[in-house]
Ligand binder design. Structure first.
Ligand SMILES: Cc1cc2nc3c(=O)[nH]c(=O)nc-3n(C[C@H](O)[C@H](O)[C@H](O)COP(=O)(O)OP(=O)(O)OC[C@H]3O[C@@H](n4cnc5c(N)ncnc54)[C@H](O)[C@@H]3O)c2cc1C
Length: 550
């Protein structure tokens, strides 16, 4: 097992050497101390460490560095090692920057220079952070390996599943030496891929999501048959309901079909969430919320899809895709929305996961290093994705059907995009065809203003064209509007209510009493993280009312 890394970065070679020396003296036996003299070289080092599948426990960064400040570096380092503990080395004059960084990069500590004597000022801090890093209950195994083909849809799905559940893994192409060695060691051929090799050496050939989830330590099975509250969907709305349900003493289970975080978990930067003036990455925000829910005793089940809802006696019953069931006194539906797909473009559907991706910006971005990336869409999600890809890709081309971004995208984001030279915005442009051998290779683009068409080489296409609720499984159980959004409270049509239906539905209550809907899936909701979280919290107070008065 490689030793976890402690990384220190400072542009002053003398300081950098001295910090590394002090760290090596105290921690060198059990940790690998890595030293860098700029944000750029430190990021390079982190990428290599990530590729080798090693872990980073603590990062210490100097704030005052040319080109990339300590805070900027830590922000980017978080994408590679979100669990590493972060320390900023500051001069007294930079205390403000350090305090700001507590929000921006979820800073664990700032150390005022000089840190001498280290026994008093440096080691107690690092000891505490190492201890916290070691104790993190969900610190996953680093040894998960996925072997597959680069352009295989299923191998992409598994990588997405692991990444979105914050499980570190290494991906090996089946035909590279390490991939071939792993397959041989696991006794598998390259005919049935992907293969997941777990930390304890077990090989899962073409595994289901649930099989992988179980092997990497995610909970997939409920421990009880009856709960006070069952929350369906682990996005911000569901997490909001779960945190408040758990914290208020309700026996709560949260069921999520893929990975907690929902859409927000795929957002590279949420700029408008209260309390984060400098933005926060969606995975950071929602990972904290998940941990908060677990802290309050909520059972979080991943890779379990709810396919049915019914009533049995006094309880609501949820059915899973494998036919198993759980019951609860109250249910919160927080299933959000999913990206619409470009099904009408000839040739495109066959490349899903093989060059064409729907809303997978954060997971795939590093794979696009130095390549050209096409992003379809003109709303905020597309803009955020373009900004995120621009950090890795050589060129990002946004394909926008409308005449400008102004009508569909927030002003701040348009300004950010304008400030990045290698993002090109092509308005009045749509994708009309796709072709390739085994994966996307070419796109045909049409200029909507004059109908001219152009064929371009393209290996990466990311589509962000709006979303729709997936609520067919609620057919006949709760009322929905024409587009599938769940109706609640005052929006429910009560014209057919009989005299026995004495109670008006509560504000977020659906047509099935005791079942509530929150967040994006709710008809008329504001499609925002803050409103989903707020509705999740509010639903819990309504659940209490329902439980008391039923
Ligand atoms: C790229 C991107 C950037 C965004 N940026 C911002 C931003 O900057 N600011 C902002 O306020 N908002 C932003 N949004 C919007 C925001 O993320 C959503 O409004 C918010 O996530 C909605 O939360 P939710 O809990 O209602 O649903 P979702 O986040 O959609 O979560 C729903 C969850 O339910 C799960 N699920 C669905 N069906 C089932 C089932 N049958 N069984 C079990 N689980 C199920 C899904 O897998 C999903 O995890 C962004 C969205 C995207 C996609």
């Amino acid at each position: 097992m490689p030793r976890p890394v402690i990384l220190t970065v400072d542009d002053d070679p003398g300081v950098s050497r001295a910090v590394a020396r002090d760290l090596r003296r105290e921690y060198g036996e059990h940790h690998r101390i890595v030293r860098a003299d700029s944000g750029e070289t430190a990021l390079e080092a982190l990428r290599e460490i990530a590729l080798r599948g090693e872990q980073v426990a603590v990062i210490l960064a100097d704030q005052r560095m040319p080109r990339m400040s300590g805070v900027e570096f830590l922000e980017r380092a978080m994408d590679l090692f979100p669990r590493a503990r972060r320390v900023l080395l500051t001069a007294y004059a930079d205390t403000d920057a350090a305090i700001t960084a507590i929000n921006v990069v979820d800073l664990d500590h700032y150390l005022l220079k000089p840190w001498d004597p280290p026994e008093e000022k440096l080691y107690p801090v690092v000891d505490q952070l190492l201890e916290a890093w070691r104790r993190a209950p969900d610190r996953p195994s680093t040894d998960t390996r996925v072997v597959g083909h680069r352009w295989s849809a299923r191998s992409y799905e598994l990588r997405d599943l692991l990444a979105r559940n914050q499980v570190p893994f290494r991906f090996h192409l089946a035909d590279d030496p390490e991939g071939a060695r792993l397959l041989e060691a696991a006794g598998c051929g390259a005919e049935r891929l992907p293969v997941v090799v777990t930390g304890d050496g077990r090989a899962l050939v073409e595994p289901t999501d649930a099989e992988v989830a179980e092997q990497v330590g995610l909970s997939t099975h409920a421990t009880a048959e009856l709960y006070d509250l069952a929350v369906v969907g682990g996005g911000p709305g569901g997490l909001g309901a779960a945190v408040y349900g758990g914290s208020e003493g309700l026996r709560t289970v949260l069921v999520e079909s893929l990975a907690t975080g929902g859409q927000a978990g795929t957002s590279s930067r949420i700029e408008n969430y209260l309390g984060f003036p400098d933005g926060v990455s969606g995975s950071q925000l929602t990972d904290r919320a998940r941990r908060q829910a677990v802290k309050f005793g909520v059972e979080v089940l991943t890779t379990r899809t709810v396919t049915g809802l019914g009533v049995r006696g006094g309880v609501r019953v949820l059915t899973f895709d494998d036919g198993s069931e759980i019951a609860a006194h109250a249910v919160v539906l927080a299933t959000g929305v999913s990206y619409r797909t470009l099904d009408d473009v000839p040739g495109l559907t066959e490349f899903a996961g093989e060059g064409v991706f729907y809303g997978a910006a954060t997971t795939e971005a590093p794979s696009c290093a130095d390549e050209v990336v096409y992003v379809v869409g003109g709303a905020n999600s597309a803009g955020q994705a373009a900004m995120n890809f621009s950090r890795y890709a050589r060129r990002v081309v946004m394909l926008v059907r409308g005449e400008s971004l102004a009508s569909s995208m927030s002003h701040y984001l348009i300004e950010q995009i304008e400030g990045v030279a290698h993002i090109e915005v092509r308005t009045c442009t749509e994708v009309v065809a796709a072709e390739g051998e085994g994966h996307l290779e070419k796109l045909t683009l049409r200029d909507r203003s004059d109908g001219t068409e152009e064929v371009v080489d393209a290996q990466w296409l990311f589509v962000f064209i709006g979303a729709q609720p997936r609520t067919d499984w609620l057919d006949g159980t709760v009322d929905r509007d024409g587009r599938g959004f769940v109706l609640t409270g005052p929006d429910l049509d009560r014209s057919g209510a009989g005299s026995s239906d004495v109670r008006e539905p509560l504000h977020l209550e659906t047509s099935l009493p005791g079942v509530f809907a929150v967040g994006d899936v709710r008809g008329g909701s504001v499609k925002r993280v803050a409103s989903a979280v707020g509705e999740g919290a509010m639903a819990v107070s309504l659940v209490h009312r329902w439980l008391e008065n039923r």
